[in-house]
Each structure stands twice: as structure tokens, then as C-alpha cells.
Design a protein around this ligand. Structure first.
Ligand code: FAD
Length: 452
């Protein structure tokens, strides 16, 4: 049977764009891609990129304070949000155009509309047109999830932050994950009074406990009011903003409320259930190691599969799919030892097992140092950094590395190479330190602080 395309990709985000480009430019496939919103997807338009630029913006008050401590005459005025937002919008327009031209120059045909799956080889476009493809790739990503409760419509999501006309004077951030914690720090840095409520015992669940505690206490020291074990029962509109009534019986008024309480895969109305694809509890698409669904012609990559919801993982999955199906180079995306960073202030960089997870697996040694780094010590800041290694007693391999420090994201990227290569504690030890740096601590940790 002749198809209109070899591949039809639904979703122009990190995973979909990579798969489409590689299939067309290196696999010689005829490819079309449908995007219902803006090309580039979550990462470029309402995720990693605008967030990181806001992280940079929020760091300047501290930098100016430090400059003064180092002898500079410096002062900082107010933050001009409309000016920043205008520049941010222009940068995102530029990136969106670059993604679009990357696709068209690879020969990918773009449909700027919503697409759904009509059958194993047919895609239905919102315009009413139907097209056929030998393979269909679902790369529709995810969206913010706000639970249903009285007044939930008064809460904004992370998508809305980038669209604010003005910054509120105070905000309640609900959630304890990396997105909630990052926005708490960003908004605090931009001069907003921030409260963060999380119903669990400590923010950043899933990361190493000691590292989580370190980040949380640094955030509290900086003036973010973190309240764990607290949830919102209802939100009420007030004259000046929103009142949150909480599980502990108290209520407080804020200029705005941001819910960052998780994300859900974008599978609603895609037509997959009708084809016999049984979706997971949160709507995620079950796939095998090749990103193939239970319908052989349909694949799925990225957040919509809810494996590891990070941009570089979606890109790797999309690339591995295109190599396998269109280049004759079968390859599965590797989900082992994926490093990640939380861009709080201070940052958290992490690769491998937390102390708690490693302890469950095998006997371990824990090496850690918490100290005040030279730069902030001199500036008179209380900030402390944490460098931590989890080591297997049997193989001596470094099973996990956790860093809480300025630029921990940059450091963990490099440490991750060693950990991925299976470096032992002794490999770290025989690496000569770079002095004076914070990261030199990673190669000079002498004695375990505990074994377990
Ligand atoms: C605030 C925030 C911060 C983040 N920070 C980081 C970070 O620092 N580092 C990191 O690695 N990751 C980060 N992420 C996660 C990262 O953005 C995602 O993991 C990544 O974008 C997933 O890529 P994807 O291709 O699976 O989906 P997406 O990038 O979400 O792309 C899916 C695309 O599909 C489109 N679409 C959906 N349904 C349809 C349809 N039916 N028809 C046509 N088009 C459709 C959507 O409009 C969207 O453009 C962040 C996410 C958020 C929300």
C-alpha cells in the first residue's frame, strides 16, 4: 500500500522535532509534522529555556550584593518585568523560527494544526484533511496538572507565569517538585514575597534526602517561606488577590497562586484507545524499549510516555527511534544514569542513586562534605555547598553523585561522564584536584562519613 508519508510526527517539541529531522535528513524518509501550538514545544516555549533565562534574571540582586562585598560601588534598582518579558518573547520567537527552519530545510512538511490518530496508518488533521503514513510517531508531551478543588480556577500554572502582565507582590507556590521549587526561587529573586506549600514532608521528593534538606534550608535562609505538610483546601478571590485556606486551618492572602503540582501526558482525544492502545493511569502511552506501542506502526517518545520527563531524554528517544526505523541502525534510548539539575538557588545537580535508594540495593559508603565556599565566605554570605558521593562497598563504583552549589548543573554534567563510565571511588581519588574550586572536594573526600 502506498502512503502519503513514511513518517507522520504529532507534536513539534524536543522529541518530535529531533525524530522528524533525523528521519528526513539522514534516513531519507518523507516526513510530515503537525504542531497545534508553537514549534519547539514545552522546553523552548514554556519550559527549560524561558525558565533558565528567568533564573539568570533572578540572580542579579545577589550578584550586586556580592559585588559590594568585594569592594565595588554598586546598587540595583527595581526589576523591569515588562522589559524583560518583551526581550524574552523576542528570544522565543527567534528560537521558534530556528526550529521551524531546521525542519523545513530537512524537507519536513509542517502542518500548523492539531492532529489525531484515525487508524494505525491514518492521521486526521483539525482542518478535516486525512493523511496516511507508514509510521506514526506521537510526541505530544505533557501539560500542567492542577487538581480539582474549590477555587482551583484562581490558580495559575507554570505556563501562565511567562505571560504575566506584571509580577505580583506576593505569591503562593503550591508543589514540592523541581518546577515548583525553581519558580519559588526565581520569583523570590525577582523581588516577590514567596510562600511554598507542599503536602509531603520535604520538597524535591526523589532526590537524595541530604541534598533536598540542604536546598530547602538554603531557600528558607534566603527568605522563602516553605511550609511542608500543608495543602490548600480552597482558594477565594479577594480584592487584592487570592486567599488560600489550608489544611492546618489557617488562611493567608497572596497576590497570586501558582500550582506546580505535576504534569500529565497529552493524550486526551488523540484516538489511541479506539486502536486498542491502553493508556497508563495518568494517560501516558505504554511503549517498549524501542518506543513502540502495542500497534506496531505507532511509536511514542518524550513526556507523553512518562519515562524520564526531561528534554535531553525526549531528544535521545526521538533520535533512537529515527535511527532504528529509518536508518537501519537499531538502537534503544539509554535511560540509565541520566543526570539532572534543579535550578534553585543554590542549584542541585544529581546523577545516579540517592543514598536512600543505594542503601536498598547494596552495602554502601557515603562520602560528603558541606562547607562555605570561598567566594560567598568572603562576601559574608551564610551559603554552604554540599558535595556527596555514594560508593558501592563491593565494586567500589560511584553509584551516585549529588552536588548542591552555585552552578551545580554545570558540575554534574562532567561528573556524570565519570559515573556513566563506571568510575570507582579510587578513580576519583587519583584524579588531581583543580584548585581552588568547589568541585575539587569531589576528588579529596578521604573517609566515609557513614556506611550502610
Ligand atoms: C517549567 C518547566 C521547566 C522545565 N525545565 C526543564 C529543564 O530545566 N531541563 C529539562 O531537561 N527539562 C525541563 N522541562 C521538561 C521538558 O520541557 C520536557 O521534558 C520536554 O519538553 C519534553 O519534550 P516532548 O517532545 O516530549 O514534548 P513537548 O516539548 O511538550 O512537545 C509536545 C508538543 O506537542 C504539541 N501537541 C500536543 N498535542 C498535539 C496534537 N494533538 N496535535 C499537534 N500538536 C500537539 C504541543 O503543542 C507541544 O508543542 C521543563 C518543563 C517545564 C514545564
Amino acid at each position: 500500500m502506498a502512503f502519503d508519508y513514511d513518517l507522520f510526527v504529532i507534536g513539534g517539541g524536543s522529541g518530535g522535532v529531533r525524530a522528524a529531522r533525523i528521519a528526513a535528513s539522514e534516513g531519507g524518509a518523507t516526513v510530515a509534522l503537525a504542531e497545534e501550538s508553537r514549534m519547539g514545544g514545552t522546553c523552548v516555549i514554556r519550559g527549560c529555556v524561558p525558565k533558565k533565562l528567568m533564573v539568570f534574571a533572578s540572580g542579579y540582586p545577589d550578584a550586586v550584593e556580592d559585588a559590594r562585598a568585594y569592594g565595588w560601588e554598586a546598587s540595583i534598582g527595581g526589576f523591569d518585568w515588562p522589559a524583560f518579558r518583551g526581550k524574552l518573547d523576542r528570544e522565543l520567537d527567534r528560537l521558534e523560527a530556528a526550529y521551524r527552519s531546521g525542519l523545513t530545510s530537512a524537507g519536513v512538511e509542517i502542518f500548523d494544526e492539531r492532529a489525531t490518530v484515525a487508524d494505525a496508518h491514518t492521521v486526521a488533521l483539525a482542518s478535516g484533511r486525512k493523511v496516511t503514513a507508514k509510521h506514526i510517531l506521537i510526541a505530544t508531551g505533557g501539560r500542567p496538572f492542577v487538581p480539582d478543588f474549590p477555587g482551583c480556577e484562581l490558580a495559575m500554572s507554570s505556563d501562565d507565569v511567562f505571560q504575566l502582565e506584571s509580577l505580583p507582590s506576593s505569591i503562593l507556590v503550591v508543589g514540592g517538585g523541581y518546577i515548583a521549587s525553581e519558580f519559588a526561587c526565581i520569583l523570590h529573586g525577582l523581588g516577590v514575597e514567596v510562600c511554598q506549600f507542599y503536602r509531603g514532608a520535604q520538597i524535591l521528593r526523589g532526590f537524595d534526602d541530604e541534598a533536598r534538606g540542604h536546598v530547602a534550608s538554603a531557600m528558607i535562609d534566603r527568605g522563602i517561606h516553605i511550609k511542608c505538610g500543608t495543602d490548600v483546601i480552597r482558594l477565594e478571590k479577594t480584592e487584592r488577590g487570592v486567599r488560600a485556606v489550608t489544611t492546618d486551618g489557617s488562611d493567608q492572602e497572596f497576590g497570586a497562586v501558582l500550582y506546580a503540582t505535576g504534569r500529565r501526558p497529552n493524550t486526551r482525544g488523540l484516538g489511541l484507545e479506539a486502536l486498542g492502545i491502553e493508556l497508563g493511569r495518568h494517560g501516558q502511552i505504554p511503549v517498549d524499549g524501542w518506543s513502540q506501542t502495542s500497534v506496531p506502526s505507532i511509536y511514542a517518545v518524550g513526556d507523553v510516555t512518562d519515562r524520564i520527563n526531561l528534554t535531553p531524554v525526549a531528544i535521545r528517544e526521538g533520535h533512537a527511534f529515527a535511527d532504528t526505523v529509518f536508518k537501519g541502525e537499531p538502537r534503544q534510548a539509554d535511560h540509565e544514569l541520566v543526570a539532572s539539575a534543579v535550578f534553585t538557588q543554590p542549584e542541585l545537580g544529581s546523577v545516579g542513586l540517592s543514598e536512600e535508594a543505594a542503601r536498598e540495593q547494596e552495602p554502601i559508603e557515603v562520602y560528603a562534605a558541606a562547607f562555605r565556599p570561598m567566594q560567598s565566605l568572603f562576601a559574608g554570605r551564610p551559603d554552604r555547598v554540599l558535595m556527596k558521593l555514594i560508593v558501592s562497598q563491593a565494586s567500589r563504583k560511584v553509584l551516585g553523585c549529588h552536588i548542591v552549589a552555585p552552578n551545580a548543573g554545570e558540575m554534574i554534567q562532567l561528573a556524570a561522564i565519570a559515573v556513566k563510565m563506571g568510575a570507582t571511588k579510587e578513580d576519583f581519588d587519583r584524579t588531581v584536584a583543580v584548585h581552588p574550586t568547589m568541585a575539587e572536594e569531589l576528588v579529596t573526600l578521604r573517609k566515609p562519613i557513614r556506611t550502610a
